[in-house]
Write a protein that binds this ligand. Structure first.
Ligand SMILES: NC(=O)c1ccc[n+]([C@@H]2O[C@H](COP(=O)([O-])OP(=O)(O)OC[C@H]3O[C@@H](n4cnc5c(N)ncnc54)[C@H](O)[C@@H]3O)[C@@H](O)[C@H]2O)c1
Length: 262
């Protein structure tokens, strides 16, 4: 089936931070968008939708907790009903609370996996089923991290969840390639969002340092001498969602300013 003139992308965790920047970039790229986030972020999600429309794209805003399989399938159905199809799934929603390794608990690890791992699995499955039915391929994209490639202090549970995202992505790519579906994850280093601010706050408190010390140290590790803005990550996602990345699949691609080299 030929692709329609306008492509449709879903972005989860779109109310703020990296998800918002991805939504705005994809709107500029000519996508129509289904934007998803928690009910508690409804106001901010609607504001991003208004920004997308101001850029000339269509937007539908849908409340979705990615821990819920039913919510994620309803998100895909809602996107297709409102926008006519689905070409790109961006499973961006995630959490990154800090906890030192010896303080990890069953509940903490389970919550991390419910959102960061199960959420990505549901998003990929629901989107891929729709893409297979449409018969014109598609692109699955998820938020990973350099913490999905190497562990970082205070983040062992988060790193485990992002390692798992990278594995799920590889498995999806292997099995879905025959349907013309690619699967890739983006791996940022520190990105200046609320998530990173909380990590800096927690880790500098752990070490008795002043807030911002960790951010400054990470920026100094980058050959570029700075941390990322959300738009730096949206630039990579734009490429992965666009027509020029068609032969790239099963990859974990960094936009980390070179703080980690692999
Ligand atoms: N900020 C960084 O330094 C950084 C680095 C590497 C990877 N990442 C990854 O990028 C993604 C986005 O990070 P960010 O910095 O924009 O975070 P953020 O905390 O600023 O925004 C995350 C968004 O996800 C939403 N969300 C949280 N739980 C959800 C759930 N259960 N269902 C639906 N939505 C939910 C939040 O409401 C929020 O709008 C995450 O997966 C994160 O792990 C971030």
């Amino acid at each position: 089936m030929p692709a329609p003139a306008r492509r449709v992308a879903i972005v989860t965790g779109a109310a703020q931070g990296i998800g918002r920047a991805i939504a705005l970039r994809l709107a500029k790229d000519g996508f129509d968008l289904a934007l998803a986030d928690l009910q508690s972020s409804r106001g901010k999600l609607d504001a991003v939708g208004a920004e997308v429309r101001a850029l000339g794209g269509a937007s539908v805003e849908i409340e979705c907790d990615v821990r819920s399989e039913a919510d994620v399938y309803a998100l895909v159905e809602g996107a297709v009903a409102a926008l006519g199809g689905l070409d790109v799934m961006i499973a961006n929603a995630g959490i990154a609370p800090t906890k030192m390794f010896l303080d990890n608990t069953t509940e903490f690890l389970d919550t991390m996996y419910q959102i960061n791992v199960r959420g990505v699995m549901y998003c990929y499955q629901a989107a891929a089923k729709r893409m297979i039915a449409q018969g014109r391929g598609g692109k699955l994209i998820a938020a990973c991290s350099i913490s999905g490639i190497t562990a970082t202090e205070g983040q062992s549970a988060y790193c485990a969840s992002k390692f798992a995202v990278r594995a799920l992505n590889q498995g999806a790519a292997i099995e879905l390639g025959k349907h013309g579906i690619t699967a890739n994850v983006y791996c940022p280093g520190p990105v200046m969002t609320d998530m990173w601010a909380a990590i800096d706050k927690d880790m500098t408190r752990e070490h008795g340092e002043s807030e911002g010390t960790l951010s400054a140290a990470m920026a100094a590790r980058s050959p570029l001498g700075r941390n990322a803005e959300p738009e730096d990550i949206a630039n990579l996602v734009s490429f992965l969602a666009g027509p020029d990345s068609g032969y790239i699949t099963a990859q974990a691609i960094q936009a980390s300013g070179g703080i980690w080299m692999s």
